[in-house]
Design a protein around this ligand. Structure first.
Ligand code: ATP
Length: 208
């Protein structure tokens, strides 16, 4: 396995890049998807959330109602800390397990992690880290105009993230998504070539 950590701020374009890499043959492990999977009915993390925040966070079918959970934690740092403490370890364990299932295969695995930090690099043994970056104003514009997100909500989410500078510091390669979608597609084609160069160099090193 060659492990690629992929990150970027909200609306930066990382899902678009991840999907293009999958088209090239990469396997995607997406932290956002894992975060949804670990709170499916019957999973321990959901029971822990109900214990902490009450049954009001469930919908009529007993599934997590994200809007109610967001309302229960909004503007409350302690509640947010509790939410993270109850979910992040389960997300980490699940991603480590998915990694372990692929580790002996001759594949490129892309781990999409929105809030990538140094400890994720160590936990998931990324061979390289790629960060998709674009000016904050542009990310905001795309979230509001392309995805139809509420502007205030988008601004609040962007403000809660680490800065662009902090994020790009972790990167071995930065994909600049300040152009149009065609430009991003071309940059992702070069990114895939670069990933495979890194992978070949890595394989040569491993073989000695
Ligand atoms: P999130 O963190 O919210 O999942 P993201 O970083 O994964 O966001 P995307 O979903 O890839 O970002 O992109 C955000 C929106 O902007 C999408 O609707 C996408 O189609 C659009 N988009 C991404 N890049 C471009 C671009 N270069 N030009 C125009 N639209 C773009």
């Amino acid at each position: 396995m060659f492990a690629v950590g992929l990150s970027g701020g909200i609306g930066s374009g990382k899902s678009t890049v991840a999907d293009l890499l999958v088209d090239y043959g990469a396997i995607l492990i997406d932290a956002d998807q894992v975060a949804r999977d670990i709170v499916e009915p019957g999973k321990p993390a959901l029971a822990a959330l109900v214990e902490r925040f009450g049954p009001g966070i469930l919908d009529a079918d007993g599934r997590l109602d994200r809007a109610s959970l967001a309302a229960a934690t909004f503007g409350d740092p302690e509640a947010l800390k509790a939410l993270n403490a109850l979910t992040h370890p389960a997300i980490g364990i699940e991603m480590v397990e998915q990694r372990a299932a692929l580790v002996d295969q001759d594949v490129v695995v892309v781990f999409a992690v929105p809030l990538l930090r140094e400890e994720h690099k160590a936990l998931l043994h990324f061979d390289v880290v790629v960060v998709v970056d674009c000016p904050t104003e542009l990310a905001l514009k795309r979230l509001v105009e392309v995805r139809g997100m509420d502007r205030v909500d988008a601004e609040r989410r962007i403000a809660a993230q680490i800065s662009r500078e902090e994020r790009t510091k972790l990167a071995d390669r930065v994909v600049d998504n300040s152009g149009d979608l065609r430009a991003l597609t071309e940059l992702t084609t070069s990114l895939w070539a670069w990933i495979n160069e890194q992978r070949s160099a890595h394989d040569r090193n491993v073989r000695g």
